[in-house]
Each structure stands twice: as structure tokens, then as C-alpha cells.
Design a protein around this ligand. Sequence first.
Ligand SMILES: Nc1ncnc2c1ncn2[C@@H]1O[C@H](COP(=O)(O)OP(=O)(O)OP(=O)(O)O)[C@@H](O)[C@H]1O
Ligand SMILES: [Mg+2]
Length: 256
Amino acid sequence: MSVTSESENAYLVDVRNVCKRFGDRVILDGVSLAVAKGETVALIGPSGGGKSTLLRCINGLVSFQEGEIHVGEHRLMPNAPSADTAEKRAARAIVGMIFQDFQLFPHLSAIANVIEAPVHVRGLSVEEARVIGKKLLERVGLGHRLEAHPQQLSGGEKQRVAIARALAMEPKALLCDEITSALDPELRGEVLDTLEDLKKEGLTLLMVTHEIGFARRAADRVALLAGGKIIEIGTPENVLGAPTHPRTKQFLERVH
Ligand SMILES: Nc1ncnc2c1ncn2[C@@H]1O[C@H](COP(=O)(O)OP(=O)(O)OP(=O)(O)O)[C@@H](O)[C@H]1O
Ligand SMILES: [Mg+2]
């Protein structure tokens, strides 16, 4: 296992010059993006620009051909085998990922979804895990729905169960891939409020989002990824309010 010292890298997630190809198609073309501890970075950009692929590389779900990715003290290297390695599992313990379509187990209750990984991956007893799981579901406002199954929950509630489930592994950061896009506008607010609370508690967030209002309000930095490159990165005021790159202007005109 390759380990770097804390002082060598103050960033929780540090993507360095990553190139990712599917066949001969270049999807990520030398992407560098460092996210500091406690920082919220909103990743925006056109469809097909590589946003999901970048999150999946950080979480070790897909391999890349060039560059390296540091997650805490762990290092993901190019051309990793597709099977899980100790390094990938270690990185995944630091960065949890939440998806647009929740990916809850349909046959399990909310609490059973939340405690599944703590029991099977962290090796907690069901009793220990239930105490933690109940607290987490209370934290996302679902303390009264512990035994509800996914089909009995609204989209916003399902997404909050998914957040609680990710938090149950005690990650330092969450990677969120358009987690409000499948929700009705009135349900988006409850999920975004939950994320803002987590941010205030110090969780590091890297969020792919089309919620420009949320990015403006909650992000410390905004990055625009298009054509496999980070085109522009900076404060929300700069990137969203006074973009310098024509590609950013064009994108913002379309989403507004
Ligand atoms: N497994 C795969 N095999 C081949 N090509 C892929 C694969 N996964 C993604 N791609 C391609 O990589 C490119 C980037 O896809 P990605 O899903 O990262 O984009 P995105 O920025 O997340 O887009 P969206 O906003 O629509 O979610 C797309 O052209 C997509 O077709
Ligand atoms: Mg995507």
C-alpha cells in the first residue's frame, strides 16, 4: 500500500493530471482538481463532459490511464485492475458516493439499508449498527420512518436514506452525482438543506449539480468540466457571476 504523509498533501481529494479513455475516446483529458478538507466544490458542465466519470475515478469505480488520484493518504494509480484492491477499498472508506437514482436495496427497510454496510463491511453487530443507523436517519429527518421500505418513501426521503447510508461508513467526504435531478423541485430543497447541514458539520463535498442557485449559495468553489477538461475554476462569484471563459458563459446561458 502506498502511503504519503499528511503534511505532503493538505487536500482530502487530489486529482492530478488524470486521463481517462474509453477505447480511443478521450473522456478526461488531463484533469487536475484538489479539494481541501471541509471544502464544498460544485462540479458543473454540459452532458457528456466527464463529470460522472471523474467521480467514479475518484471512488475507484473505474480505472484511468494516466495521472494519479490521492484520497486522504491513499493513492489510486493508472491502469488499476478492475477488481477491488485494498487501496480502492481504503479510498472508498474516505469518500462515499451518492447517485441520482439512490441505489437503495428495495427489499430492505430504511434502517436495514443504512446498517447493511456497517454490518457487512465494518463488521459491527446488528445492535451496534442499529444505534448508529437510527441516529443517522434522525439526523436526515427520518427518525420516524426507520422501518419504511423504499417504495413507501418519497424521492426526497429515499435520497436522504441514501445520504444516511453513505454516512454510516463514516466517510470524510461525499461525492454526489446529481443527487437532486430525479426529484420534484419541492423535494430538492430538503435534500439540499441536508447537504448544507453536513457541510456546516465539516464534511467535504464534491458535487455534480445543475442547481446553480445551490452552487452559488453553498459551494466554496465551482469548477466547469467540459470536453474532459476543467475549463474554469474559482469562487461562485467569479465562475457563476463573472465567468471569463466563453465555454462557461455558453453553459450558464443554457442552464439559467
Ligand atoms: N462505460 C463507458 N463506456 C464508454 N463510454 C462511456 C462509458 N461511460 C461514460 N462514457 C462516455 O464518457 C463521456 C462522459 O460521460 P459522463 O457520464 O462522465 O458525462 P457527464 O458529464 O456525467 O454527463 P451528464 O451530465 O449527462 O451526466 C460520455 O460521452 C459517455 O458516453
Ligand atoms: Mg453524469
